[in-house]
Design a protein around this ligand. Sequence first.
Ligand code: ASN
Length: 485
Amino acid sequence: MKKFFVLLSCIFSITIAGIMFSQPKVQAAEKTYTIGTDVTFPPFVYANSNNKYVGIDMELIRAIAKEEGFKADIKPIGFNAAVQSLSSGQIDGVIAGMTITDERRQKFDFSTPYYQSGIVMAVAPKSKITSLKDLKGKRVAIKTGTSGADYANSIKDRYGFKTVTFDDSDNVYNDVKNGNSAACFDDSAVLNYGVKTGLGLKIVTKPTNTGKYGFAVQKGKNQELLSKFNQGLEKLKKNGKYDQIIEKYTGSAATSSKKKENKQKDADGHTFVGLLKQNKDALLEGVWETIELTVVSIICATVFGVLIGLLGVIPNKFSQGFSTTVIYIFRGLPLLVLALFIYNGVPSLTGSKIPAFIAGIITLTLNEGAYTAAFVKGGIEAVDTGQMEAARSLGLPFGKAMRRVILPQGLKIMVPSFINQFIITLKDTSILSIIGILELTQTGKIIIARNLEGFRIWTIIAVIYLVIITLLTLLSKWVERRIKD
Ligand code: ASN
């Protein structure tokens, strides 16, 4: 048992040291702002073939940051997640082709507009749909929380269609291309670019609900960042850089080279080896993040779970009640709800941010810890009651009897459950992709949003998970043998 805890502490220290050294050092002089953005919204935001975020919005915010002397830490978490995170104060700003609307103005302050777009309907190239009237009884794809979705929802009863929502524009387009949805609504600036660069959809309506894009901060907060953005944008417009950026992404040279690039990617990006090569760095980073999350969470959840489990068996009504309540709450709550509550809910109440990684660790510690507590309690209770009575009648105090007699026997019963829980913790890290942690699953989502290679990328991701799970199982079995010796 002692060996087990020594081993756990060693792994813990190594991981913490690893995390500390892997964090980039922040320069004291420049303030860093966390800016949320969409996953794919070309030509405004998208990952290029090196998985680096580029596009009009990315170049604008980087150029403005340089001009105004601040750092922008870009978080590509998806449009809806970015807006939610901004409203709870988890991030400082959003730049994601975000349309300035009256409704949004109630919650956010917007910069001077930097682009204009409307909303259009797009269909598959061979589709017979040419107008809104043809949508009767059909299914239409939209993106969660966007102005395109609001528009579709506002006319769906009139035209008699149903909507289906996705988190990313690429998934919206894919649903139409696959024939699952008859049409989609999205921004004209984005769909026009898509049509020019070989997206494989056609636009059938004129732009409506025209609006302007702005950079957003929480209402009344981060005004300093907002004025830096406005000043920077003004400078870029004066010195010609703004026009250069727009031309770089929307000019005819840009769109035709993007079309070629897409074709080329289509030609060589359809093999497992090709995809692995293209995405090696991103996948490795995702694996590392998953391992960090897993190791730290396993250790924290084990410590927390053992403590709560022990509180449940000591002969004290209050501590038993406390233990049962903690297990009841955190085992009962769905992991996804808990993650969103900690990451988005708590900061809106307290007003202070929780980094996504920490929110993820807290989520897993509470949830996995509750399961651990339950089997720790069960394991101890499974030891014959005569053992405790015998130890106490030999004159051992409760604590000592527990440590010397009951726990060693209980631990043997618990070991398989521990191993099981470690594996579950590893798998559960994937749920944290919802709060934008760039672990393996989120990395997969981002890659697929770019290349639409769902089958192959998810196969690669599944194999990587299985490899890590096998390694974790082998390590756990080794520890199990050491404990038994
Ligand atoms: N234009 C969209 C909106 O404001 C933003 C997006 O889809 N990234 O709702």
